[in-house]
Design a protein around this ligand. Structure first.
Ligand SMILES: [Zn+2]
Length: 102
């Protein structure tokens, strides 16, 4: 089970987008990375090829999970995510308020 889920609100804690808040668009568990809406967009200039026109393309780069914190919807604070097993069901919980995250 991965600590991060699509749709989680996160705070960027490092890198060029530090301090920004956005939502997880995609999770890449095998790389420990997250694609976050509007974060870490790089512009790529491309030359024209036979099939494509030249132009500037925006490329979204995944952000390492080490550089984000999930914002808990219950206590609205950036917090760490832990797991609690109750009735043999594993839940994600906020380590600050112990609230269960979806
Ligand atoms: Zn919380």
């Amino acid at each position: 089970m991965f600590k991060y889920k699509t749709g989680d609100e996160v705070l960027i804690t490092a890198g060029k987008e530090k301090g920004k808040k956005s939502k997880i668009e995609r999770v890449l568990p095998s790389e420990n990375k997250l694609v976050i809406t509007g974060i870490n967009i790089y512009k790529r200039h491309k030359k024209a090829t036979r099939n494509e026109k030249a132009g500037i393309f925006e490329v979204v780069r995944p952000v390492s999970v080490a550089n984000v914190q999930v914002i808990c919807p219950k206590c609205t604070k950036p917090s760490r995510v832990g797991f609690v097993t109750r009735d043999s069901i594993k839940n994600r919980v906020c380590k600050k308020c112990k609230g269960v995250l979806k």
